[in-house]
Write a protein that binds this ligand. Structure first.
Ligand code: HPA
Ligand code: ZN
Length: 351
């Protein structure tokens, strides 16, 4: 049995081992006297009450991802961890604008991540890393020790005063957009409760005009209205969408338009997107015919893995083998990749 992870933030996937490797590369001293103390620094505190609090956990991993070498190595190592855990296909997302603190441009940050992708995967394209604008090369040669396939999603950020940075991310997404083996879509991350989805209508209109596919974090820290806005903008998928059922007409629309939800149970519990997890709507959505997918969001911060997410659903909600299979089929269908790769994933997963 393998897995797919469609919602995985790079900076949320920096484990103790990866942090130590990145720190060593850069001569950075990490907090904590030992691994357990470092893990406590990297993981969400048990008293976390909301997404805003949760987002503070990204400061430390982000500080380790400010050079091209570190960013490429992080993408490579996160994908290696995914592969070890049985993931056959992953979409790694990150916000290039959060990696410019030490002189990298957003474009450097895109090229570095593409380099990491190429090193770790069977499908990563060769790109011209000289950043002289000459564009993409041919596909990398797959070798036996690179089984995982992966793509990148570039995140815009919710916030104030970063409009130009978001425009630049969109421009780069268009420039490096491929059908598979590189940048395949954009997203918007950050504090949904503070910066409403409706504020981003113009930039997603532009993404539509430019032919850049997108998913949007919505219905996590904000309600069904946020999901409604994301659907109106033309999102191909919704990040989380867990609160869609605050307005049943939104759920109906999601079903009618077959818009996949990238659900992340542990993340939703820790950010209190759903206060009472006994009411977690994942199985209900699945039974109603929503294209539900299961993902990790920020595995290192949450202390989870994709396998643990499925185990949790089985233990707490009685997820059946048939439902597990349906979720995997949904993930294949929802993936930002080619029909050819989707067929390969179905074969690899036996779905
Ligand atoms: N929501 C918004 N932004 C994020 C998240 C999330 O769950 N994880 C990492 N950045
Ligand atoms: Zn997320």
């Amino acid at each position: 049995m393998g897995f797919i992870d469609l919602h995985l933030h790079l900076d949320g996937a920096i484990t103790v081992d990866i942090a130590k490797r990145l720190a060593k590369m850069q001569g950075i001293t990490l907090p904590g006297a030992n691994d357990d103390e470092l893990r406590r620094e990297l993981q969400v505190p048990p008293e976390c009450t909301d997404l805003n609090e949760f987002l503070k956990c990204f400061a430390l991993p982000c500080s380790l991802l400010q050079t091209k070498e570190a960013l490429a190595e992080a993408v490579r190592l996160v994908l290696k961890d995914c592969e070890k855990q049985g993931v056959v296909y992953a979409e790694i997302r990150y916000a290039p604008q959060l990696h410019t603190e030490q002189g990298m441009s957003q474009e450097d940050a895109v090229l570095a991540a593409l380099e990491g992708l190429k090193l770790a995967t069977a499908n990563g394209n060769d790109f011209d890393l000289s950043a002289d604008g000459s564009g993409a090369g041919g596909p990398a040669v797959a070798s036996d020790d690179k089984r995982i396939k992966a793509n990148l999603i570039l995140c815009l950020m919710r916030g104030e005063g970063n409009e130009a940075a978001n425009e630049e991310t969109l421009r780069l997404a268009k420039k490096y957009l491929v059908e598979d083996g590189g940048v395949v879509a954009i997203d918007i991350a950050g504090a949904e409760g503070l910066f409403s989805t409706k504020n981003y209508r113009d930039i997603f209109k532009k993404a539509n005009e430019m032919g850049v596919p997108f998913t949007i974090h919505a219905g996590e820290a904000d309600g069904a209205e946020s999901v409604r806005d994301a659907l109106d903008f033309g999102a191909s998928r919704i990040g989380h969408g867990v609160r869609s059922n605050e307005d049943e007409s939104v759920v109906d629309d999601i079903i009618r338009r077959n818009i996949p939800l990238e659900m992340c149970p542990t993340s939703n519990r820790q950010t209190h997107a759903v206060e009472d997890m006994s009411t977690y709507p994942l199985i209900d959505y699945l039974n109603k015919g929503v294209c539900v997918t299961v993902n990790t969001d920020d595995p290192a911060i949450e202390g989870t893995t994709i396998e643990k997410e499925f185990d949790y659903l089985e233990k707490e909600f009685g997820l059946t083998d048939e439902q597990r299979k349906k979720i995997l089929e949904n993930s294949v269908e929802a993936a930002f990749t080619t029909d050819e790769v989707k067929d390969e994933l179905r074969d690899a997963l036996g779905v």
